[in-house]
Design a protein around this ligand. Structure first.
Ligand code: NAD
Length: 228
């Protein structure tokens, strides 16, 4: 018999216990930086050095942190389920924990791309992207990140994947950032949906879901032990 498919949508909260700050929690990144200064195409045009520095710091930190219990539990689930992860995160902690099907909606921190041809994507050697680092077409390399105001090319594929779920799990996302937050709309009616987050969900427009009000590590363990 083929394995049941679990589609997991993760956000910044799944990596919080690894020591990577979320954006909206208190002490989150938004308090230190203005989003308009670091995560928009306009910011890139205005002050490339600041944008590069912001992502260099995030990338550097990524080399210093480890996957946590939630990432490992999701990787472990592949023994019994066909697990597909859709993540809003730009870190690589799901992959490092051993998950083999990870779709990154908003790009990947360890990758950079051409600023004239978005199909030219490279894995950066080390953590630092420098002014003067160029693609093969001679343009400055930029972080491989989907900035606010840029299209999320992976959404149709993620929506299609969401519609194939036998079980849908949402971990550590405030469901504030569209279009990612709209993916739950594609889950087939009647599919069990679990939401793991220490905070009450905001606007979630699915009629029925099980809320596991826990941090990602303990919440994912509880999901596996009590609900699956
Ligand atoms: P968000 O900051 O809007 O929401 C974070 C959610 O995580 C909140 O609901 C919060 O209650 C929850 N949370 C906090 N601690 C948690 C824990 N220990 N366990 C489980 N949940 C916890 O983040 P978002 O919804 O992912 O959207 C913000 C955007 O920021 C995303 O697009 C993402 O690309 C980006 N981002 C990525 C990273 C990363 O790659 N690790 C980090 C910060 C932000």
């Amino acid at each position: 018999m083929s394995k049941k498919r679990i589609v997991v949508l993760t956000g910044a909260g799944v990596s919080a216990e690894s020591g990577i700050k979320t954006f909206r929690d208190s002490g989150g990144l938004w308090e230190e930086y203005d989003i308009m200064d670091v995560a928009t195409p306009e910011a890139w045009e205005r002050n490339r050095d600041l944008v590069m520095e912001f992502y260099n710091q995030r990338r550097k930190q990524l080399y210093e942190v480890e996957p946590n219990a939630a990432h490992y539990a999701l990787a472990e689930l592949e023994k019994d389920y066909d697990v597909r992860i859709i993540t809003q995160n730009v870190d690589d902690l799901h992959e490092r924990a051993g998950s083999t099907h990870v779709m990154h909606l908003h790009g990947e921190l360890k990758k950079v791309r051409s600023s004239v041809d978005e199909n030219l994507v490279y894995t950066l050697d080390g953590w630092e992207l420098k002014p003067g680092d160029k693609c093969e077409k001679g343009s400055q390399l930029r972080p491989h990140i989907v900035w606010f105001g840029e299209p999320v090319h992976m959404i149709p594929a993620a929506a299609e994947l969401s519609a194939t779920a036998d079980i849908y799990v949402i971990i550590g996302t405030s469901l504030n950032v569209y279009p990612a937050a709209g993916l739950v709309d594609y889950v087939r009616p009647g599919t069990p949906v679990y939401l793991i987050d220490p905070a009450e969900p905001g606007a979630i427009h699915i009629p029925k879901f099980t809320f596991i009000q826990e941090k990602a590590g303990t919440g994912t363990k509880k999901l596996v032990e009590e609900y699956l």
